[in-house]
Design a protein around this ligand. Structure first.
Ligand code: PSU
Ligand code: MN
Length: 306
């Protein structure tokens, strides 16, 4: 496909049938502050390699989709004031035509990864159905990440969905769209900063081998969709529930007061958590994404060995 540049290392690994793990760039440019984001980017690539897979961080630079970033390109994505646009799937065409720099969300990363031949993707929290703002009954803010999972046959490993969302509605939508949701060593769907939401998952696996077996079987089963492997944040990093609930209430109020809309909602909420928790939420966010990406690499390695 034109407009996609695949790094040599990633191309060679794919050609040889070796494990490759896709990583997104929105979490770097919009989800974490400058400085910290670059360290996390490096750590994520390192844990993927330790598990025997090749990392492919995805972004759009000068209008070209890049699959696998060099050190310089990672610097560029993580630079303070880099001004990268948050690109969901629908934004790829405009960004390419207008030669923009942009960071890819779960939705666009999944689409690009699949196009490049990558079957496994690790991230922090999937987007989902947002809570209604005060005084409203429903929210039409439903992340394109959900449609992407429904349509693209890829494994996404995340710590469930962000606790700032309507988790019940998100899970209902994933059921409607026939996306299998698998708990990793848990019966409960995780809530990003918290290990458990109030909702259960239908399926559970205990190790990367079982997860890989599920993905392999799902690929053979009738119908096409992604798979969501829901991996709770490591227990020692889970956020205090009271702090969490307070930050969430404040964050939602702020959205309303500031009239935040569309693609800015998630970054503004995450930023509120990071500042108002004095950085605690950053440690949680880093711990969970490292854990998810590690698990993604282990599953990818098992799939490649089949
Ligand atoms: N996970 C994180 N931090 C993030 C995101 C995920 O730990 O910033 C990003 C992902 O790119 C995801 C996006 O696709 O948030 C969801 O945005 P929205 O709710 O606007 O679809
Ligand atoms: Mn949205």
């Amino acid at each position: 496909m034109t407009g996609i540049a695949i790094a040599d290392e990633v191309r060679a690994a794919l050609a040889a049938g070796q494990a490759v793990v896709a990583l997104e760039s929105t979490i770097l440019s919009h989800g974490l502050p400058p400085g910290r984001n670059r360290k996390v980017a490096e750590r994520l690539e390192a844990v993927v390699r330790e598990a025997g897979a090749v990392p492919a961080t995805i972004a759009v630079l000068d209008g070209t989709i890049q699959v696998g970033l060099s050190e310089d390109q990672l610097d560029r994505v993580c630079a303070p004031g880099s001004g990268l646009v948050k690109l969901s799937r629908r934004d790829l065409g405009p960004a390419m035509a207008l030669k923009q720099d942009g960071a890819t969300t779960v939705a666009s990363t999944a689409a690009i990864a699949h196009e490049a031949g990558i079957g496994v993707f690790g991230t922090g929290g999937l987007g989902g159905v947002h809570l209604p703002l005060p005084g409203r009954h429903t929210s039409w803010d439903v992340s394109a990440d959900l449609d992407a999972l429904a349509e693209i046959p890829i494994l996404v490993v995340s710590s469930g969905v962000k606790s700032v969302l309507d988790i019940e509605a998100t899970l209902e939508l994933l059921e409607t769209r026939s996306v299998p949701v698998i708990g990793y060593q848990t019966d409960h769907f995780p809530a990003f900063y918290l290990r458990e939401s109030a909702f259960k998952v239908a399926w559970r696996v205990e190790n990367p081998q079982q997860a890989a077996a599920v993905v392999a079987a799902h690929r053979q089963a009738p119908g096409q969709s992604g798979v969501l492997l829901a991996n709770p944040v490591p227990p020692e990093y889970e956020m205090d529930r009271e702090l969490h609930d307070r930050l969430l209430a404040e964050g939602l109020k702020r959205l309303d007061e500031q009239g935040v809309q569309g693609r800015d909602v998630t970054p503004v909420l995450l930023e509120h958590f990071h500042t108002a928790s004095g950085g605690t939420s950053l440690d949680v966010n880093e711990a969970l994404v490292v854990s998810n990406v590690t698990l993604a690499a282990q599953v990818a390695a098992d799939l490649a060995a089949r």
